[in-house]
Design a protein around this ligand. Sequence first.
Ligand SMILES: Cc1cc2nc3c(=O)[nH]c(=O)nc-3n(C[C@H](O)[C@H](O)[C@H](O)COP(=O)(O)OP(=O)(O)OC[C@H]3O[C@@H](n4cnc5c(N)ncnc54)[C@H](O)[C@@H]3O)c2cc1C
Length: 427
Amino acid sequence: MLNDSRSHGLWEATAPEAPATSALERNLSADVVIVGGGYTGMSCALHLAEAGRKVVLLEAHEIGFGGAGRNVGLINAGLWVMPDDLPVRLGPVFGERLLKLLGDGPSLVMELIEKHNIECELQRNGTLHCAVGRAGLEEIRKREAQWQKRSAPVQVLDAKETAKRVGTGVYTGSLLDQRAGTLQPLAYARGLAKACIRAGVELYTSSPVIDTSERGGNKVVHTAGGSVEAEWVVVATDAYSTGPWNSVREEQVRLPYFNLATSPLSPENLQSILPGREGVWDTKAVLSSFRLDGSGRLVFGSVGALRGTGISIHKDWARRALARLYPQLGKVEFEHEWYGQIGMTPDALPRFHKFGRNTIGFAGYNGRGISPGTVFGRELALLILGEKKEEEMPLPVSGILRNSFLQYREAYYEAGSQIAHLVSERI
Ligand SMILES: Cc1cc2nc3c(=O)[nH]c(=O)nc-3n(C[C@H](O)[C@H](O)[C@H](O)COP(=O)(O)OP(=O)(O)OC[C@H]3O[C@@H](n4cnc5c(N)ncnc54)[C@H](O)[C@@H]3O)c2cc1C
């Protein structure tokens, strides 16, 4: 997208074509204008257009330019935060509502994929949260108990069963979440864009919103080439925010995360490595994630930015880590490499923002945006359609909490991940 093979890597190389779109070059009016062409914006647009609303969506670059085109593709149920912590932090009503909505999140993603025939390498075989050591095992057992209390289909697998499924004996166990799965993230984003266009959404790319104004009680958003006047504005710009809602970006610490993809594995290796095609991540503080893509490439990722000295440090670490995990692979070369920025909030919870009358949005997914973005987009649509009230949303409204020492924290994560990977010899 940026003529940069490290921005969207494998996903850009293998996703179906993006729909034909152009930049906004005139003045339009609509019921709702949506800013941001990721999962949140497009889920909102699709649900509104299907309910008969006139919707214009403006994307600064291309569909899936932000996290939606760069992520690992794990369709998770829930957040990083322990399930029991949510009712404590948000109160029982919001806490349990959020757990239910996000627990059901992967089903909404999978329903949309099916309904709109989105080709995105969907795998419904669950995810495995793999435990490192005794502490990791304790953590996943706690998660299992807290989800099972809420009747979720999750289950701790012992070390032997984990080794059989993952294809390595380094883990002490894993939490199988049968609600979850994997997909090709940019293909999902482009498929949503095509569904939006079929439903009547006017979608413009290369159209960053640079300013806003008011006209007769309506909002007007401006790009370099035109404007859109609407009753509602949805801000769905998250960690890649620019322009009038840059404040969203300022409340998040951006954590760099990279992925490396091997060439397609041999049929023999595919028999031992993730034969069930689950998506995997581990319990380490500087975590690793891995999964297979539709052609059997192993996509391996961790915290860090692939720029400057980070390129060789992280790639060398990944080769060492893979040699320990999967000695059967022999010498590993990577066909694709890319990275992106995950927007982290101080309490690891997303935010529901109201930027003024009829200007709303969600942000701060903390690396869990495929299901939550899709769900929250639908919830924003329901609010605009008058089918839900503000107090029935997944989260209470919160102001922008500016993160102090943002740049120092981000530099710390980037340097910290390099140090961790430089010295790390073990998984
Ligand atoms: C490397 C990485 C790995 C991740 N792994 C996972 C994972 O495995 N599972 C998971 O669930 N989540 C994962 N995430 C998180 C997930 O990708 C995000 O939470 C999700 O993409 C958020 O969706 P969104 O639509 O809100 O924002 P985005 O997808 O970031 O889209 C926002 C869009 O807004 C546009 N924009 C910004 N400002 C403007 C403006 N002024 N005018 C017009 N457009 C604008 C941007 O160009 C961008 O395209 C990962 C993220 C990264 C970066």
